[in-house]
Write a protein that binds this ligand. Structure first.
Ligand SMILES: [Fe+2]
Ligand SMILES: [Fe+2]
Length: 135
């Protein structure tokens, strides 16, 4: 179970905050003991994340964001990791890997990505909006 923590995860951008809340809502629906449930939820997270990333990349495009390439590359990396785990054979090894990914790697990534790349994007967006409003 991973809660949305206001002080930590809220970036004060409504679109992004909503997507991040939804991500955790889906994430928390999985039963960690069930491979079938993990796969089903990972599949939902994947579909949600494709849209989530597309929205962010659209925002980057609009403000000519200087760190677009790094940010987009990390998005691509995460989607291919998800694809890898979705395709993984359900051997004992595969099931353990999937459980480790879902319970450790994915939530750690979520925190790290929000606190670094997404929060940087929000601060640029805020600045860009200020400039637009000043015109
Ligand atoms: Fe995000
Ligand atoms: Fe992002």
């Amino acid at each position: 179970m991973k809660e949305f923590e206001e002080h930590k995860h809220r970036l004060k951008n409504e679109t992004m905050d909503t997507m991040h809340r939804e991500f955790l809502d889906i994430y928390n629906g999985a039963d960690i003991e069930s491979t079938e449930s993990l796969k089903r939820h990972l599949q939902r997270l994947y579909s949600h994340t494709v849209n989530h990333f597309a929205e962010e990349e659209q925002m980057m495009e609009e403000i000519d964001y200087p760190n677009k390439r790094e940010h987009t590359n990390e998005h691509k990396k995460v989607l291919s990791e998800m694809e890898y785990f979705l395709k993984m054979e359900p051997t004992l090894f595969g099931r353990n890997m999937l459980r480790g990914y879902y319970s450790q790697i994915l939530p750690d990534w979520f925190d790290r990505h929000l606190l670094s790349m997404d929060s940087d994007l929000v601060s640029y967006l805020t600045k860009a909006k200020g400039v637009l409003n000043a015109d």
